[in-house]
Design a protein around this ligand. Sequence first.
Ligand SMILES: NC(=O)c1ccc[n+]([C@@H]2O[C@H](COP(=O)([O-])OP(=O)(O)OC[C@H]3O[C@@H](n4cnc5c(N)ncnc54)[C@H](O)[C@@H]3O)[C@@H](O)[C@H]2O)c1
Length: 189
Amino acid sequence: MKILVTGGAGFIGSNVCDAFAAAGHEVLALDNLSSGRRENLSPGIRLIEADLRDAGVASILKKERPALVSHHAAQIAVRKSVADPAYDAELNLIAMLRLLEGCVAAGVGKVLFSSSGGAGYGEQETFPAPETHPIHPVSPYGVSKAAGELYLGYYFAQYRLPYVALRYANVYGPRQDPHGEAGVVAIFA
Ligand SMILES: NC(=O)c1ccc[n+]([C@@H]2O[C@H](COP(=O)([O-])OP(=O)(O)OC[C@H]3O[C@@H](n4cnc5c(N)ncnc54)[C@H](O)[C@@H]3O)[C@@H](O)[C@H]2O)c1
């Protein structure tokens, strides 16, 4: 099937692109290359250089008609979200809503969302946190990720747009920026 990965030139997105391609799918990466890199994309993965905040994303979806959208583009820094919550929400919520509206209009069959475990659970009550752990985000980033999950629930209720929200923890591996705050495992290693 045809799969569009937002943030596909980034650390996690590019690895996800590779996994989809290895499974035999046609993969498109949509990325503005703000932190992602063209070199992260393996041969055969097409890059659509675009900003998720632009209204043109809906027409990209209509033209490409992917069967699945794997959504990874985001404002990813907790500290930045505290310094500028509106900037965080512009990308992690407003742009995500435009993407979801575009998915509905283009007949996308399913959305995968890179949510967050730790940022959503906040100050954890139990370790390790089960999926049923209460959501108590204590940063704007955690709020925007938790709200993203709620909006996906709305799009399923309203339009029957199927979704899976994956609550990533501290991801580590090839192509990671070891200096970012999400790079805790790489930094400790
Ligand atoms: N790294 C982790 O441990 C972790 C944990 C939980 C959730 N996540 C989530 O996983 C996703 C990917 O994170 P990552 O660590 O790979 O970060 P990353 O910075 O490597 O990837 C983000 C990608 O999105 C692109 N992007 C940013 N703003 C954009 C915009 N306006 N339009 C188009 N593209 C844009 C960047 O260029 C980059 O390629 C994010 O949604 C993040 O919140 C990551």
